[in-house]
Design a protein around this ligand. Structure first.
Ligand code: ZN
Length: 198
């Protein structure tokens, strides 16, 4: 029987996405055995992130600085903006620098079922960013789910009055596909073959 402290740690890890009780027990055992090389560095990394955790006031990304590293990077193409539902989608797209521009994180998707309305998402701040000018292309990179596409249509209507090229990811995306789960090849293809919003 593990001590209450070890049990608490195991349960906390087991609640993480992608882990379960079994993986959590294995991870804890590893951390206990490798105190200096695994446990201590992990603890320092967690503390460092926890101290500096910030949501980017421009794009909604999660980082340890505000503005985030992407918004602050002058090498990024400021004329191209990619709109995503949530932070994991941004990270998936940005993993291999597939998109040269900047991002805008909505913080979810419209959902009648879950009661998510336009004002619950960062849509007004998206419109403000575009209205401020300097943006030539907006890519709608919503997930290929019904709610994702409903969200894309709503946004397209809200920003159609601006003189921008409005595109969306190609339908090479599997229906119901969540960006976060796609491999980089599929994602790159969907981005390269992006097409104008009808
Ligand atoms: Zn940002």
């Amino acid at each position: 029987m593990a001590s209450p402290e070890i049990e608490t740690l195991t349960q906390a890890l087991a609640r993480l996405p992608g882990l379960g009780p079994r993986s959590a027990r294995r991870a804890v055992l590893h951390l206990l055995k490798k105190r200096e090389t695994a446990l201590a560095p992990l603890l320092r990394a967690l503390e460092a992130v926890n101290e500096r955790l910030a949501t980017c006031s421009i794009c909604g990304n999660v980082d340890t600085t505000d503005p985030c590293g992407i918004c602050a990077d002058p090498r990024r193409d400021a004329r191209a903006l990619c709109v995503v539902e949530d932070v994991p989608d941004l990270w998936a797209l940005d993993r291999s620098r597939l998109f040269p521009g900047r991002y805008h994180v909505l913080g979810g998707r419209l959902s009648a079922l879950e009661g998510v309305r336009p004002e619950d998402l960062r849509i007004d701040s998206l419109v403000s960013r575009i209205a401020a000018g300097g943006i030539d292309e907006v890519v709608l990179a919503m997930n290929a789910t019904l709610e994702g596409q409903t969200t894309a249509h709503y946004i397209a209507e809200r920003i159609e009055r601006f003189p921008i090229r409005l595109t969306q990811l190609a339908h090479g995306l599997p229906v119901g596909g969540e960006l976060d789960y796609l491999d980089e090849g599929t994602l790159a293809q969907a981005l390269r073959a992006r097409r104008p919003v009808a």
